[in-house]
Design a protein around this ligand. Structure first.
Ligand code: NDP
Length: 323
């Protein structure tokens, strides 16, 4: 039985707790939180303080880190990779190389294994981009997200001083998708493909103009997009913006001999983004434990992991059932 701990219990943490119930080879040994454990409402798992985690070396096979990418994971992953094998869903794409280098150093020095930036994007979408571009080098890949709630962007909004609560929707430009599928040549910038819509609840006395400016100019999150900001009440946010659907498409259009057109499309339609992302993290947690058993220490991304390591089936079973 693989012994798993959850570090940080928000949407993703709850999703991991739910997903683990579907995996017979894995067991949740505890939720570790920065808050008072008795205030954290889990769905059955016992909650503990972060201090209690320090004494658990040797009792936990892998920790699934469920903190936010904006400020939690850049410190939490290197911190816990000192002691444990870890999985995270760090999704600030531009900072992944830096995060990887930091975690890799800690993991190698301490003989642990860490898989960073798992989930669906980065994660499964990254894998599909790699497959498409390796198979059809003459072609173009485009990734479209939404319409859906981006947890990473919502998290970044909520961490701005003066913001009480917020939800961010990523909206794809469907006209552009149809043109690409039809084989039209379209020159696209980041701004042409999506726009971002933010619903923000302000703290009492917060300055709306300053907060709007802080949002639309935030590098890596909003500055490169057309962003619309709506200030609404907490009641309206609670009533109309609580579901967390998402999804998206990796679309690769290429040619082989002369103008023979080939289209690869990988699509996700998710009723719950955090529950799906959590399910990806859990499968990679299994891979992480297997790598650690093979003494393959250091940091990895989904691009490094053999697909069979995600499965609880034997190599023989996989060859028989899936090929
Ligand atoms: P949340 O904001 O729900 O949780 C983040 C952290 O905040 C938790 O770990 C928890 O830490 C703390 N927290 C949660 N609820 C509360 C609360 N009520 N009061 C105080 N603190 C709280 O974030 P999500 O779980 O929605 O998302 C986590 C990250 O997942 C995102 O930042 C994003 O980067 C990533 N993600 C990645 C995807 C991918 O495809 N790679 C897809 C989707 C998300 P603690 O328990 O220690 O207090």
């Amino acid at each position: 039985m693989i012994k798993v701990a959850i570090i940080g219990y928000g949407n993703l943490g709850r999703g991991v707790e739910r997903s683990l119930k579907q995996h017979k080879d894995m067991e949740l040994v505890g939720v570790y939180t920065r808050r008072a454990p008795e205030t954290v409402q889990t769905e059955g798992a016992q909650a503990f303080t972060m201090d209690q985690l320090k004494d658990k070396k040797g009792e936990i096979d892998v920790c699934i880190l469920c903190g936010g990418s904006a400020t939690d994971l850049p410190t939490q992953t290197p911190e816990w990779a000192h002691l444990f094998n870890t999985i995270d869903s760090f999704d600030t794409h531009a900072k992944i190389p830096e995060h990887f280098a930091k975690v890799d150093q800690v993991a190698k020095e301490n003989q642990t294994t860490s898989i960073i930036s798992t989930g669906w994007d980065p994660g499964l979408f990254s894998l599909n981009r790699l497959y498409a571009q390796s198979i059809l080098p003459v072609g173009e890949t485009n990734t479209f997200w939404g319409k859906g709630v981006s947890q990473g962007h919502s998290d970044a909004l909520r961490r701005i001083n003066g913001v009480a609560d917020a939800v961010q929707y990523t909206v794809p430009n469907t006209d552009v998708i149809e043109k690409l599928k039809a084989g039209e040549q379209v020159n696209l910038t980041t701004r042409d493909k999506h726009f971002r819509e933010c619903f923000v609840v302000l703290d009492d006395g917060a300055n709306a103009d300053k907060i709007r400016e802080a949002i639309v100019s935030m590098p890596n999150y909003f500055a490169e997009y057309d962003t619309e900001v709506h200030f609404i009440s907490q009641a309206e946010l609670d009533q109309n913006h609580q579901a967390m659907p998402h999804g998206g498409t990796v679309l690769h259009t290429g040619t082989t001999h002369e103008n023979t057109k080939q289209v690869i499309e990988y699509k996700l339609q998710l009723e719950s983004n955090p529950e799906f992302t959590a399910s990806v993290l859990v499968a990679y947690a299994r891979a992480c434990v297997r790598l650690a058993k093979e003494k393959q220490f250091g940091a990895y991304t989904v691009l490094d992991i053999a697909p069979k390591y995600l499965s609880d089936r034997t190599d023989e079973e996989l060859r028989k059932e899936l090929l």
